[in-house]
Write a protein that binds this ligand. Structure first.
Ligand code: HEM
Length: 532
């Protein structure tokens, strides 16, 4: 104490401005020093997964992870192994890598891990209340079953007929390229694909009324919702910022819009269509409670958001690779000619069945999703301590790591999908790796897992939680839009390839933007030219 007293007296004697400056500079400095010393000197709990070294308390590894999550995860795996914890703006995130790591969170029990608790701050203000992550897990599983009822073979066949005309209309109105005026034209491929995906999903899944209303007003509502669906919103669900207010206004208007469509369909003012609204209206939970129109409206917003960015990102990456790989582009075009070409150089339309028999197209989609999985981090909140299997990671033979309650557990299937220990030339886009003897190879899911099927409440799906290839997730939260996404990608890309030649507009392949919720290409330009 006798040493500290003169220091305190000296500090008290300083003029006020100096005291303020001292506080502003001194407090963070002391906090950083204490944080570093604590990590270096304080003995660690042997069951706690290693913590990624960081200087700034609370902020933790936010910048390191945020700029390039894959670089962060591969580097941390080198240093700490397959299981490690990092600090992200006050949250403790425990990453579990590799197929076994994926299994720990994606295959985790509902009593141990919760997607609802992890995602609801981000999703509920955008989707609306009462559905998806704003209701018990059992209700979400039933909602997924209702969605599957809207994706029957009959519905998908009708969607197959509706999508190509939407593409042709877009090409004529927006690209304005023809045999007489072939171009080339430089386009932002992400912008182009976002439009094609929203128009085709609008006309099919979302229904005729939504497609007809895809005016500027609808586009503005979608944009405002989008701007409320960012990593910032995930971390801080309610800030007093204009973008948050616009998000809430757009959510209400969008939801009211769907409600008015349903009301008009009931009075017979609008025709019923074979679409998702039709499938969801009238669905009843097992306990006899019906889905309300408001629930349906919120589920429709959720589906719009779930499919829009994932599919526009995937199709953009796909076209970028084709623009940079002329040989593959030609092979893909030839596949269309061989299967659907007419003698006069035109193409016949595809049927739903046809879309499932295109080995090269299928391989290109798979490979694009392997290298550019739209979702880099899948999160769950830990509800009960999770013991990490020794075979995944362990501090010693007799001690296991335990992930404590309150942590977030992070699965990053993209890490296994790009792992050079699993894939030959892992970082190269090579769709041919999926082709064998003129057909498509088994998926990694089929190759690496037992094929075990599980019904989580929305129909039997392959468990797949230990697969090194999981672009659509695995386990109870596995995507229900996979079939629709494949159909949409096959048709939309098919139409682009039938009608246009693509070339690279930049020497370098575009870099990746990780600042959005979905992994997007950064400033992705291509040249597009009508086939003559
Ligand atoms: C869930 C990926 C398209 C609807 C998921 C998950 C992934 C994913 C990784 C699991 C999330 C988690 O476990 O936390 C993709 C990709 C797509 C795509 C890569 C396109 C290329 C779609 C489409 C729809 C859709 C078109 C709707 C028609 C859903 C739904 C869930 C889901 C409802 C379930 C959420 C849950 O159970 O927690 N998707 N998705 N997705 N996706 Fe997709």
């Amino acid at each position: 104490m006798e040493h500290i007293e003169p220091v305190v007296a000296w500090a008290q004697a300083l003029p006020l401005p100096l005291k303020i400056v001292g506080l502003i500079v001194g407090v963070p400095f002391v906090a950083i020093v204490l944080n570093v010393l604590r990590q270096l000197l304080v003995p660690k709990d042997p069951t706690a997964p290693p913590v990624v070294f960081h200087y700034i308390p609370w902020f933790g590894s936010a910048a390191y992870y945020g700029v390039d999550p894959y670089k962060f995860m591969f580097e941390c795996r080198e240093k700490y192994g397959d299981v490690f914890t990092f600090i992200l703006l006050g949250r403790r995130m425990t990453v579990a890598l590799g197929p076994k790591g994926n299994n720990l969170s994606l295959g985790g029990k509902v009593s141990h891990v919760s997607a609802e608790d992890a995602y609801t701050p981000l999703t509920t203000p955008v989707f609306g209340k009462g559905v998806v992550y704003d209701c018990p897990n059992d209700m979400l599983m039933q909602q997924k079953k209702f969605i599957k009822h809207g994706l029957t073979t009959e519905a998908l066949q009708s969607y197959t007929e509706l999508m190509p005309p939407e593409c042709h209309q877009y090409f004529a109105k927006e690209l304005k390229l023809s045999k007489a005026n072939p171009g080339p034209k430089t386009v932002d491929v992400l912008h182009m694909m976002a439009q094609l995906i929203v128009l085709t999903a609008g006309r099919t899944l979302q229904g005729k009324e939504i497609r007809e209303s895809m005016s500027l007003h609808f586009a503005k509502l979608l944009e405002d919702l989008d701007k409320g669906f960012t990593p910032l919103n995930m971390m801080f669900p309610n800030l007093p910022l204009p973008s948050y207010r616009r998000r809430d206004r757009a959510q209400k208007q969008m939801s009211d819009f769907y409600m008015s469509i349903m009301a008009k369909r009931r009075t017979g003012e609008y025709d019923h269509e074979n679409d998702m609204i039709q499938a969801l209206q009238g669905s009843v939970y097992r306990n006899g409670t019906p889905l309300t129109d408001r629930d349906v409206a919120h589920m429709m917003i959720a589906l719009l958001m779930a499919g829009q960015h994932t599919s526009s990102a995937t199709s953009s990456w796909f076209l970028l690779h084709l623009a940079h790989d002329q040989e593959l582009q030609q092979r893909l075009y030839q596949e269309q000619v061989d299967k659907f070409g007419n003698p006069d150089g035109t193409f016949r339309p595809m049927t739903f069945d046809d879309t499932k028999k295109l080995p090269l197209m299928d391989s290109c989609i798979r490979e694009t999703l392997r290298l550019h999985a739209p979702i880099h981090s899948i999160l769950r909140k830990v509800l009960q301590p999770i013991v990490v299997p020794q075979s995944l990671a362990a501090p010693s033979e007799n001690v296991s790591y335990v992930i404590p309650k309150g942590h977030f557990i992070v699965a990053a299937p993209g890490v296994s999908q790009m792992d050079p220990k699993i894939w030959e030339e892992a970082s190269r886009w090579n769709p041919l790796r999926w082709l064998v003897d003129g057909g498509v190879a088994k998926t990694a899911d089929e190759q690496y897992t037992s094929g075990e099927k599980v019904d989580y409440g929305f129909g039997a799906v392959s468990k797949g939680t230990e697969s090194p290839y999981q672009p659509f997730g695995a386990g109870r939260h596995r995507c229900v839009g996979e079939q629709f996404a494949y159909l949409q990608l096959t048709l939309v890309i098919g139409e682009v390839i039938r009608n246009f030649k693509l070339t690279a507009a930049q020497d370098e392949f575009p870099k990746t933007n990780y600042q959005t919720m979905i992994v997007l290409p950064l400033d992705p330009k291509i040249n597009i030219e009508a086939r003559v």
